[in-house]
Structure formats: C-alpha cells, structure tokens
Write a protein that binds this ligand. Structure first.
Ligand SMILES: O=c1ccn([C@H]2C[C@H](O)[C@@H](COP(=O)(O)OP(=O)(O)OP(=O)(O)O)O2)c(=O)[nH]1
Length: 151
C-alpha cells in the first residue's frame, strides 16, 4: 500500500505484533533548546504508493488513500516535555521528500537528540477524499511545508 525506506542503516519496525505505530528515529545529532522547536531529519521516505482505491458507499464512488500520521511518544512528553509541534502531522501518500519531524521542547532544559534516538511514531491510516472537492495537482513530489500555496 505504502512502501517506506530508510536512506541509511536505520531500521523501521513495529515494537510488537499489535503496535499501531512504528518508531521514527532521528537521522541527525542536534539539540533543541528550551522552549524552542526544530525540524529533525528522519532519513525516511515513501518510495511507493498504490494510489487511490475506489470504494462505493451508498451511491458515491469515493477515493480512499493511505496517509502517515506522525504522533508524539508519550514517554518523551512525560519525562522531558518534548513532543511533536504539529501533531498529528500529515504525510501524504504522494510525498517523496524526506519525512521530517518538528520537535518542540516545552521544558526548562535543552534537549539533546542523538542519531538513532526515537523521537516520534508513525501511524498509517486510510482516509477518504470528500467527493465534490477539486483535485488541483496530480502529484506532490518532494514539496512540503507550505510548498503548495502562499500561506
Ligand atoms: O511534520 C511534517 C509535515 C509535513 N511533512 C511533509 C509531508 C507532507 O506530505 C508535506 C506537506 O505537509 P502539509 O500538508 O502539512 O504542509 P503544508 O504546510 O500544508 O504545505 P503544503 O503547501 O506543502 O501542503 O510535507 C513532513 O515531512 N513532516
């Protein structure tokens, strides 16, 4: 449905058979200062997606597409006041750039992140595009973070 790859040696895994989220690790060493936020590289990329699937509900033919939601790790939030600023972040199925995570540090202390540290988790969900809304572009490619408009 969606195929994810890591650009380095980083593993992508579910902790248990019934884990909803897979761990997302930092692909860099950095420090997020107290009360500030930073965009962190993950080395992850979607390399393939099946595209929209059609589902009939009542009289309507709906497009069902996968997305990845980035969610915080509860342990980081509780122990360090560190979370994902724009959570749940939306990773579109046709995004081919590196998946990035905006980490915010709400604590009084600077927070150091090492390459390989688990900073967030990814959840794959199936969403429905509302019928009757215009689809403007065919594909997103590597554009993100405000690339599709002025605001
Ligand atoms: O935390 C995030 C949020 C987004 N993205 C990438 C994947 C996503 O598909 C793309 C666009 O994200 P979003 O729709 O949230 O961005 P936007 O600010 O609305 O800008 P755009 O005009 O690019 O849609 O950026 C990330 O890598 N990490």
């Amino acid at each position: 449905m969606l195929k994810l790859e890591h650009s380095g040696t980083g593993e992508i895994f579910y902790a248990t058979k019934q884990s909803a989220g897979f761990d997302i690790c930092s692909n860099e060493n950095t420090t997020v200062k107290s009360t500030e936020w930073a965009l962190i590289k993950t080395g992850l990329r979607i390399v393939e997606s099946l595209g929209a699937q059609k589902l009939t509900v009542g009289n309507e033919l709906l497009s069902v597409i996968p997305e990845i939601q980035i969610r915080p790790r509860s342990g980081l939030a509780l122990k360090h006041g560190v979370t994902v600023l724009n959570s749940p972040s939306t990773i579109d199925a046709d995004y081919r750039g590196e998946i990035m995570v905006t980490i915010v540090n709400h604590s009084k202390n600077d927070f150091t992140i090492h390459k390989g540290d688990r900073i967030a988790q990814g959840v794959c969900a199936l969403v429905v595009q509302l019928p009757g809304i215009t689809v403007k572009e065919v594909e997103r490619g590597i554009g993100g973070f405000g690339s599709s408009g002025k605001n």
